[in-house]
Design a protein around this ligand. Sequence first.
Ligand SMILES: O=C(O)c1ccc(O)c(O)c1
Ligand SMILES: [Mg+2]
Length: 613
Amino acid sequence: MRTSIATVCLSGTLDQKLVAAREAGFDGVEIFEPDLVASPLSPEAIRTRAEDLGLSLDLYQPFRDFEGVGPERLEQNLRRAAAKFTLMNRLGIETMLLCSNVATARSGDEHLAAAQLRKLGDVADRFGVRVAYEALAWGRFVDDYETAARIVRLADHQRIGLCLDSFHILSKGHDPEAIETISADKIFFVQMADAPLLSLDVLSWSRHHRLFPGEGAFDLGTFMGHLARTGYDGPISLEVFNDTFRQADPFATAIHARRSLRWLEHETAASLGSGPSSRAAPMSTAMLPLVESPADVSYVELRTGDSDELRLLLMQLGFRPHGRHRSKQVELWSQGAARIVLGAPDSEHPQPTVAGIGLTVKDPAAALLRAEELFSAVVPREESEGEEPLVGVRAPDGSEVFFGADRGSVPTWVDEFGSTAAEHADLIERVDHVNLAQPWQYFDAAVLFFRAVLDLHTEASVEVAAPVGLVRSQVLRSDDGILRIALNLVPSGSGADAILPQHVAFATSDVLSLARAARERGFSPLDIPANYYDDIDARYQLEPALLDELRELNVMYDRDDAGEFLHFYTHSVGTVFLEVVERRDGYAGYGALNAPIRLASQYRHRANQGDLA
Ligand SMILES: O=C(O)c1ccc(O)c(O)c1
Ligand SMILES: [Mg+2]
């Protein structure tokens, strides 16, 4: 699959964008006109720069408001196009993108538009270039790809073809299946973008909220399957207008973008494998190494300067210490299959508090290979003689994901910490989910990373009000629910990161007994206000005895179609806190309705401690 990226996806100068695209391994770029106009480089210098970098210049865009106009305007438009074709000759670019008219069209007559495109084709012919006509979702008369395809067919000119853009097709809910009726030699270019499902006017949605494939809600694998079955084998280009990526580091964004296309290639191969195979697809698409979902979360590594407080909390929740690792500056605490590796922040590698997640997988080598094929950085790890080899990669925010082999109920690396006698069963059984707070520039990249690398699927994203801002939350999980990762987008306001810590949630089948046992060990939970219990009573009409017990123990409550959810929180220690959850009868959520109350309690707790100025 030939890969390309529009310069509009990246921040920085045109030259930085080109270098970033090359370093991330793209084959080519689309030159977005405003980037060229703002550049001090001449078209010839840009051409040479791209050649030197080994990048092809695949498309010049956009040319606007051409067709459906009156005769006088048509003459002006043809002259305007000729000027751009001259420029394209200087750049060495063969294809120009033409957006369907959004402003000056006076007629929606398809025959008129086709006749005008034919004239444009004649001009393009003189310059040896071609025009890819794209239906914008907000086009004045042409706003869907099937109409654009009919006009191109009527134009019947070898220099006139189509540009298909997944956003314009899927944002309007159009079925991409009819792509298969388009002849491959009429598809001149393909742009791919994902997006979250928003009820927003389509222009604002497109200009601000597009995402890289794998980060949103569009079914792009199926789209690509239809495309590949036409026989199209040209560039697959990313065109993502997004306010965050316009501000983020272009080098990081380019790698993130390249990862999304590798994932899309895999989805394409999977879609081709499952669809009608009557027409062979010449587009080369390779699957990623297949991985089974993790058998379990074998550990979570926390790095915090407040280890003593955290040790106390773990002890109160029934964890026991194993002691220090024989060669590394970390210690292990466990209860059931829940294991916490505790260390101090490392000044050379400042990591988030949840510094790593260890996963037990069937084939660690395959898991690592998949991550590497998805452009993940491997974590260098030193192993002393006789230690269990673990392999790991870095998530976008710098936290680590490690893969270890399944060797029975207790991982062998547990022996590398003091005593195994500490491995004991009590009320906590395992890790239920891990919540990773993401700085603004890493959130979407993290969604893609976990989805693609670990083959997780995304649940609907929710927004939770905190005293310091709105927190966007996205859960990714394996089909069996063994691995659940919640990503929270931290608001950028001051102090937000201090009160939006990361957290680990542990699963128990008896949260009330656990809360009592913890209290006997001196534990005081995060305090939940009385108003909350009045509110859930109004909502759910709970048994008075249960309500009293929840209130007494500061345990929160939620319910879904399947079952009930009971959970409580510790207060925060530095930038981490712990949660214990009980899922009854297959409750599937995370108590999202309770999150604002919890966030407000954490905020108050901080304020009382004087941590917030
Ligand atoms: O928002 C726009 O104007 C615009 C321009 C060019 C494109 O390819 C596109 O999809 C949208
Ligand atoms: Mg487009």
